[in-house]
Design a protein around this ligand. Structure first.
Ligand code: GLU
Length: 447
């Protein structure tokens, strides 16, 4: 429910951003949590502070022309939404996927503002991307696209201005082509302009693993509040990209067993536990499909084309693919099958109805903007290493990530308690993130 003071703010967001359903969904969820804040501290509703937080500082849309291997000219659309820079340079990934529209980037940018605030690190929030579809494109096509995309985007970036990273469809290869083009255009080796870089050109150890590892650290800490752990638990991890792969890796290290994962073509069930080396080979090296995993793994593994992974009975679910991939019906199935915790590795993977089902059932629900913040937090660690021209070991960096996730968990739990909803990590994350951003905005005047 929305507080009556917040109704007109939401109505104005709807009016000003027509058709951007995902953005509306992300804003509504935060505004629902803020009712508790303005009830306790009405001053946060003053000076159009909440209205300002809902309006991006800058939205950039540009043409990305490029040429295919067969000589055809293609046009894609590029975006960067620079949402809020009160805590630091805009920070957030780039997504290349045919579904990307302005509203997608705006929802992701909005989430990123709160997520980044929660990390406690000096990073603002932004997001970007393109409706470019990397699927089936050659290496040369990917490179030419990335170079064209960066040719335009570069004028808006800088280590003190805006620092992108990867997201769906953008990994180390794409970041490499973009960094190369930025370096040519600026004539500067400005390592801090992008994160998620390769280790030989300014990257940080653990950045690749960070989002997945961090999500597992968060859920581990949440489970511990109920005297539980991953040991011996059966887990579902949707997706099979970077976030899913390193979520699976950490769960296996902690003694859990991931029995299913997926991609847009369907899901596989492997009761012996997903063979991670095989999954990495198929998805990371060969850039293949999840059905190939079942074929290579052989008996005991089933591939279900186009099915719902959430139908598989398990103890814990980690949605790690994309937004709104888990609906109310899926949530009811998971609860009926006895799930005890849901941790979001992706951004906003559960629909609002699904979140309500989990909360009503009293199970642990860790929302993406808290649980998946380890990725961007490690990006901030990468920025620190770049600024000091330093490079830390895997152990040191992973330990810092673990501490950051513990702090995020504890802060969300503490704020949820303080605002009268113990165990409600959605409220805790939204309110804790909001307070940090709002206090800084208040200090900096009407900006
Ligand atoms: N795309 C990631 C996210 O959703 C990482 C962003 C970053 O490292 O800047 O948080």
């Amino acid at each position: 429910m929305l507080d009556e003071k917040l109704e007109p703010i939401y109505a104005e967001v709807l009016r000003r951003n027509p058709g951007e359903d995902e953005f509306h969904q992300a804003v509504r969820e935060v505004l629902e949590s803020l009712g508790a804040v303005i009830a306790k501290h009405p001053g946060y509703a003053d000076n159009a502070l909440i209205e300002r937080i809902c309006e991006p500082e800058r939205q950039i849309i540009f043409r990305v022309p490029w040429v295919t291997d067969t000589g055809e000219v293609q046009i894609n659309r590029g975006f960067r939404v620079q949402f809020n820079s009160v805590l630091g340079p805009y920070k957030g990934g780039l997504r290349f996927h045919p579904s990307v529209m302005l509203g997608t980037v705006k929802f992701l940018g909005f989430e990123q503002v709160f997520k980044n605030a929660l990390t406690g690190m000096p990073i603002g929030g932004g997001k970007g991307g393109s409706d470019f579809d990397p699927k089936g494109r050659s290496n040369g096509e990917i490179m030419r696209f990335c170079q064209s995309f960066m040719t335009e985007l570069s004028r808006h970036l800088g280590e003190h201005t805006d620092v992108p990273a990867g997201d769906i469809g953008v990994g180390r290869r794409e970041l490499g082509y973009m960094f190369g083009q930025y370096k040519r255009m600026s004539n500067r080796y400005e390592s801090g302009v992008l994160t998620g870089k390769g280790l030989t050109w300014g990257g940080s150890r653990v950045r690749t693993e960070a989002t997945g590892y961090g999500a597992v650290f968060f859920v581990e800490r949440a489970l511990a509040t109920r005297k539980q752990g991953f040991e011996g638990k059966k887990v579902l991890v949707s997706g099979s990209g970077n976030v899913a792969i390193y979520t699976i890796e950490k769960i296996h290290q902690l003694g859990g067993r991931v029995i299913a994962c997926s991609d847009s073509s369907g899901y596989v069930v492997d009761n012996a536990g997903i063979d991670l080396a095989l999954l990495k080979d198929i998805k990371e090296t060969k850039r293949g499909r999840i059905g190939d995993y079942a074929i290579a793994r052989g008996t005991g593994t089933t591939f279900v084309p186009g099915g719902r992974l959430w139908d598989v009975p398990a103890d814990i679910a980690m949605p790690s693919a994309t937004q709104n991939e888990l609906n109310g019906q899926d949530a009811r199935t998971l609860v009926k099958n006895g799930v005890i915790a849901v941790g979001e590795g992706a951004n906003m993977p559960s629909t609002p109805e699904a979140v309500r089902v989990f909360q009503d059932a009293g199970i642990i629900f860790a929302p993406g903007k808290a649980a998946n913040a380890g990725g961007v937090a490690t990006s901030a660690l990468e920025m620190q290493q770049n600024a000091s021209r330093d490079s830390w070991s895997f152990e040191v960096t992973e330990q810092k990530l673990a501490t950051i996730m513990k702090d995020i968990h504890d802060r969300c739990a503490e704020v949820a308690d303080e605002y009268g909803s113990p165990g409600n990590y959605v409220l805790g994350a939204n309110v804790a993130g909001f307070i940090r951003v709002a206090d800084a905005m208040d200090a900096l005047g009407v900006i």
